[in-house]
Design a binder for this molecule. Sequence first.
Ligand SMILES: Cc1cc2nc3c(=O)[nH]c(=O)nc-3n(C[C@H](O)[C@H](O)[C@H](O)COP(=O)(O)OP(=O)(O)OC[C@H]3O[C@@H](n4cnc5c(N)ncnc54)[C@H](O)[C@@H]3O)c2cc1C
Length: 404
Amino acid sequence: MTRKLDLRTGRPVWYAYRAPSVPTGKLTRDVKTDVAVIGMGISGAMIAEALTEAGCSVVCIDRRGPFLGSTSATTALVQFEIDQPLSLLSLKIGKPKAERAWRRSRLAVMNLKAHISELGIRCAAETRQSLYLAGNILNASGLREEAEARRQAGIGATYLTASTLREKFGVERDGAILSPDNLALDPRKLTAGLLRKALARKARLYAPVEATGIEDGREDVVIATARGPTITATHVVLATGYELVADLVPSTNHKIISTWAIATRQQKRALWPGAAFIWEASDPYLYMRATADGRVICGGEDEDFTDEAKRDMLTAEKSERIARKLKALLPKLDATPEFSWAGSFGTTVTGLPYIGQLPRHPRIHAVMGYGGNGITYSRIAAELITSTITGSEDSDAGLFSFRR
Ligand SMILES: Cc1cc2nc3c(=O)[nH]c(=O)nc-3n(C[C@H](O)[C@H](O)[C@H](O)COP(=O)(O)OP(=O)(O)OC[C@H]3O[C@@H](n4cnc5c(N)ncnc54)[C@H](O)[C@@H]3O)c2cc1C
């Protein structure tokens, strides 16, 4: 039903921090529920929390366990600024749709932040500005146009000249866009917090349980599992991350690539102003953020292949390159990696995800094609899928649907 990928290797920085435990049970007999969620990463957790809040009964399963997939490898820059600049996305899908996708991403990050605070989840969530540096995709004049396009769409963006950038942030580039209101957080703690909320609302969590097949009928869907018991649900959500495959899901322009990241030790000296996220309008791009206790996480060096063995062989070399680039950009930092890891990563041509009901399978909902904004898209998925399952319409559903 899904392929098995080695989603990540190495030691992600999140293992330096303790996430609350999430109790799971053994699936020993057939069960029934309103909604079955397959996958207990950050997507499944957001969806389970949202559905239980809406009053649905929920069963979650995962063949590994909670947050053992790519959720542990993420660098967790939760940005409304999606990978495709608004000015370039407008050329691909038209200005009205591109503006809506950007606005919806902005709303999703705001909603996520508010929800974390309402639920009282302690996941080191902090609002961050971000600096988007001129590069080989958008140079300084391209960035000026991008800032203007964002302002026309009602999205705050300030263009910084090279001298302002140097003065304010000590960074040498031809120009940058400064944006407010992105979100830094600890992804394992957030996922654990959301799953624990769902549990408190009587969700049933089973792991390790592997879904091996799905049969959908007029009234319900039956999930077969590797050890025998079945799960019968009115709806199923495939929150299976990058392991989702195309036997049920229509083929999309979605592919899996490889990426690398490092984290430094806690920096003795102050970090750059506001510890803003920094990323480049380049391909491949470098990006960085700080943890709440002052480590610097830096990632990038993406390569266009899936092969996990090849990916892992490159980790030492890629870590060194990332550390060198980090030091070149911010020379005062100690860029020595204390953590280095590699992961698989899904991308789409437009950078927008596929979220929603599978064509001809209205009871099966899927989330796929995450790009560098997977967590923002997980939140959008939780909002859209909860609306569909509870019978209300979301006016942005068409932007992300499999039929678009
Ligand atoms: C190095 C790296 C850096 C990243 N940085 C960012 C970033 O800065 N910002 C951002 O927004 N995103 C980022 N991403 C992307 C983000 O991490 C992903 O979008 C996100 O982790 C996906 O979460 P998920 O819950 O959908 O998938 P996962 O966490 O992989 O969870 C899917 C789960 O489904 C389970 N599963 C699969 N098949 C089955 C089955 N048949 N039966 C039962 N269970 C099954 C798996 O075991 C897994 O636990 C990054 C990714 C990587 C690798």
